[in-house]
Design a protein around this ligand. Structure first.
Ligand code: FEO
Length: 405
């Protein structure tokens, strides 16, 4: 992929990673891109770098346009490795460049590189960098999604370079949303936004709302949003802002995700009558077996559904390991606005269902007590009880969902 002009004299110079399938544990069946941008102004300015493996690709894209030694400024919006890792190589080629970075970004960057010979300017919200015809304005966004994070607004171009926010893990030849062609519709693009939000940004809904409000208060006009992953929002940048606000406000489908694992199929057998009960109550249902599903897919299914039932057998008085792993991921993402319940089978002592209920409580999720347990193997009566449990849970989900109408 070559450099692409996205605004007058502003170029995408990033890299497309078609092959990545595991992004620090986040499964990425659609690959990703590492976007960075070169502003060819009186002072040539590079915004972000690329992942280490793509250093020479990124530099090759810059070389198509200018000699890298002519770079006067480098803006580092975010110090995670997929955006910072090529910086030492860029600084070898442009040793006189000034790096513009937040205070926390600087401290983090010093842990990755020997920065003693580098020119570094610490910036905060409202600080500017005039590069000639363009002026860059910095907007700190701490914990969206790292402490160092910030965005860069290019005045004159009305361009918000938003680092990870508004991105997608989506490798494509399209650089813009209106270039993106899916076999059926743009649903894959929207799904990529939801998937990214669920696995990376779920804990930060309140921050997202306040930062979008802050950007609106600044009175800046945005007709393009250029994130660090995926396509650039050109046709309707407000659309991704609306999607983010909806998700931050707890939007989900009236649906139940039944997420489970099983040892000898007893817990699995329970899912069928439970699912039937949910469906007979007029609520959608998706069943996900954990060992057959990437963890990030299970997280996204959880996020898209108003209700979640988690099923686990009891093993050695404990919850099943793959279910514990799912709960660990979920707990870290601090889910809200969802209702949860538990079910499972056991041989003698039991414990998994209680453990799950306690986990939902500690996550402060609305939860249904006590869940349902079956010893050894579901009998016909147990199956009837599972059906009733699914139906009752679906009723609770419908009632809870009214809070979000
Ligand atoms: Fe794309 Fe937080 O790195």
């Amino acid at each position: 992929m070559k450099a692409i002009e996205i605004k007058p004299d502003i170029y995408w110079v990033g890299a497309i990673d078609w092959a990545v399938r595991d992004f620090h544990g986040y499964v990425t069946p659609n690959g990703t891109t590492y976007n960075n941008y070169l502003i060819l102004d009186s002072e040539i300015t590079l915004v972000d770098t690329v992942k280490h493996d793509f250093t020479e690709v990124g530099i090759g894209n810059i070389r198509e346009l200018i000699e890298p030694s002519r770079i006067k400024n480098i803006v580092i919006n975010h110090i995670e490795n997929d955006h910072l890792a090529a910086l030492d190589r860029v600084m070898e080629l442009a040793p006189d460049a000034t790096i513009h970075i937040t205070e926390r970004g600087k401290k983090g960057m010093e842990r990755f590189f020997d920065t003693s010979r580098w020119n570094i300017r610490v910036v905060k919200t409202g600080d500017e960098l005039n590069t000639g015809k363009y002026t860059l304005q910095f907007i700190e966004t701490p914990m969206l999604h790292w402490p160092d994070s910030m965005m860069t607004y290019v005045k004159g171009a009305k361009l918000l370079i938003s680092q990870d926010a508004f991105g997608q893990h989506l490798a494509s030849t399209a650089r813009f949303d209106d270039d993106f062609v899916d076999c059926s519709s743009h649903t894959a693009l929207e799904n990529s936004v939801v998937d990214y939000y669920a696995n990376i940004l779920m804990p930060f809904g309140a921050l997202i709302k306040s930062k979008i409000a802050q950007i609106e208060k600044l009175g800046i006009e945005i007709d393009m949003i250029a994130p660090d992953h995926g396509v650039i929002w050109r046709r309707d940048p407000q659309k991704v802002l609306r999607m983010y606000l909806d998700m931050a406000n707890g939007k989900a489908a009236l649906r139940v995700a039944v997420i489970y694992d099983t040892m000898w199929h007893s817990t699995e057998q329970m899912t069928l009558p439970i699912m039937q009960g949910i469906m007979d109550e007029g609520v959608g249902c998706k069943v996900i077996k954990l060992r057959a599903t990437p963890m990030s897919v299970a997280i996204t299914e959880f996020w898209m559904s108003r209700g979640c039932l988690v099923g686990s057998p009891t093993l050695n008085n404990e919850v099943f390991p793959s279910v514990a792993e799912f709960i660990t991921h979920l707990r870290g993402l601090r889910p809200k606005d969802r209702i949860a319940g538990a079910f499972g089978s056991y041989g003698w002592g039991g414990g998994a269902v209680k453990w799950l209920y306690n986990e939902f409580q500690s996550m402060k999720l609305e939860s249904v007590e006590p869940g349902i347990q079956v010893q050894y193997r579901p009998s016909k009566e147990d199956e009837k009880n599972c059906y009733d449990f699914g139906r009752e849970f679906a009723r609770r989900v419908k009632e809870y969902h009214k809070n979000y109408d």
